[in-house]
Write a new protein. Sequence first.
Length: 112
Amino acid sequence: MQRAREQRSDQDEELRNGVIDALHTVFDPEIPVDVYELGLIYGVTIQPGQKVHILMTLTTPNCPSGAIIPQDVDQAVRNVPGVKDVEVELTFDPPWDKSKMSEAALFSIGLF
């Protein structure tokens, strides 16, 4: 039983890494930084049955790309081998601010 849990944990970690790699390919059209480095992704959870739950936000509730970015996230994650289903959940709590950006993202847009 323990061995099966360890194997599932390893598979989940591998799948999670693939999902994160996919998130690096999704960009906010207004900012030349991917959604992961931009800090828009609050959580990536691998659920039973290889279902992936993404908790994310947008730079503002009135983001002009608000309909497009979650769809792009959904599509990118669905294309990861092993993913069976995807749920993208939007939240604005806590609200996004530049402190959520990675150092690489800050550097790439000249804020670091």
